[in-house]
Design a protein around this ligand. Structure first.
Ligand SMILES: Nc1nc2c(c(=O)[nH]1)N[C@H]1C(S)=C(S)[C@@H](COP(=O)(O)O)O[C@H]1N2
Ligand SMILES: [Mo]
Length: 326
């Protein structure tokens, strides 16, 4: 149990039972993996050190135990890029807007209501949510539908742990994420660019896939507001917009839920939105991507991988025409 004083002066207990030694060792194995799997530059090793993840002196630490099943040999995107180049339209549509405007989001106190087709509907406060399962660190690629990608060390646990707790009933086929829409705190809500609140959804078997992450932190710290504090999902095999930020309600449904980008432009954004280099967006190719931080004059574009490289999920879509179910 780690108890730390956060910037607002509230003592926050965290469930992760990690000793500094375990942290050190998991970090070492991460470094070893990196050294084996790719060019071991000194910058890379430094990036992998716990110290390098301590990004801002005032931020609340949130440590997860590195899960060897979900590490990556790719160099994480810099903390600065990951926190200043964001899509969070509730705070404006320019990439720099969320970092500038999201300081008004109040991530504590916070509750998530869980309702719909479950045997145990409940309202969970953030501390209870944080203690529901051991926190892990997982390094995931995030691929935005706009054609750029990042590599981010998230902190959280599989969404399936929460699903198990509330016991979906036999009608539950989908899960809907409803996010905060607070006009008094979110400067972008005046814009009609999307319908608010921002909503997203998954089929229940997708949500139960171990890769689907309920995330509370990144780079060893609580989520910065602009990255979706205090709780979001990260669904790494789907385009970034499926990874809803600042969730206040999770509803289990029998019907496929509406989703924000599908409402805004149904011919461009489907419900599934799996990363798929073979299915172009109507207005641009999806076959390659720009890795944020590699945008120099000679930066090569990277090939986009099917399911963003997370081929484990393919069995979820057996027999489906992914051009139709885009
Ligand atoms: N509530 C909400 N969640 C959101 C968005 C948003 O505008 N509002 N943008 C999505 C998009 S398009 C992307 S690419 C990712 C970006 O996450 P990041 O800024 O943490 O990299 O968040 C997604 N989640
Ligand atoms: Mo995105």
């Amino acid at each position: 149990m780690i108890i730390k004083r956060n910037p607002n002066g509230i003592d926050l207990p965290f469930s992760s039972e990690i000793t500094p030694r375990e942290v050190f060792e998991s970090r070492r194995s991460f470094i070893k993996q990196l050294a084996v799997g790719s060019i071991a530059s000194s910058a890379l090793l430094e990036m992998a050190s716990r110290e390098a993840f301590a990004q801002s002196p005032s931020a609340q630490k949130l440590v997860g135990k590195a899960n060897p099943a979900f590490l990556s040999t790719e160099k994480p995107t810099s903390y600065k890029d990951a926190t200043t180049y964001n899509n969070y339209y509730e705070f404006g549509t320019d990439k720099a807007d969320p970092a500038t405007n999201a300081s008004t989001l109040k991530p504590r106190p916070w509750t998530v209501a869980i309702e719909g087709e479950v045997k145990k509907p409940m309202v969970l406060d953030l501390d209870t949510l944080l203690k529901l399962a051991p926190l892990e660190e997982r390094v995931y690629r995030l691929r935005c539908v706009e054609g750029w990608s990042m590599v981010i060390p998230w902190v959280g646990y599989s969404l399936s742990a929460l699903i198990k707790k509330v016991e979906p009933n036999s009608n539950a086929k989908y899960i809907e994420f409803i996010t905060l829409a607070d006009k008094t705190r979110m400067s972008g809500l005046g814009s009609p660019v999307l319908e608010w609140p921002y909503v997203e959804g998954l089929r229940l078997d997708e949500a139960n896939h171990p890769l689907a992450l309920l995330s509370f932190g990144m780079y060893g710290e609580v989520l910065p507001n602009q990255n979706g504090a205090p709780v979001r999902v990260v669904v790494p095999w789907k385009y970034g917009f499926k990874s809803a930020k600042s969730i206040v309600k999770i509803r289990f449904t029998s019907e496929q839920p509406r989703t924000a980008w599908n409402i805004a432009a149904p011919s461009e954004y489907g419900f599934y939105s799996n990363v798929n280099p073979e299915v172009d967006h109507p207005r641009w190719s999806q076959s390659s991507e720009r890795r944020i931080g590699e945008d120099g004059l000679f930066a090569r574009k990277r090939k986009t991988l099917m399911y963003n490289g997370y081929s484990d999920v393919a069995s979820l879509y057996k027999g489906m025409d992914l051009k139709k179910f885009f």
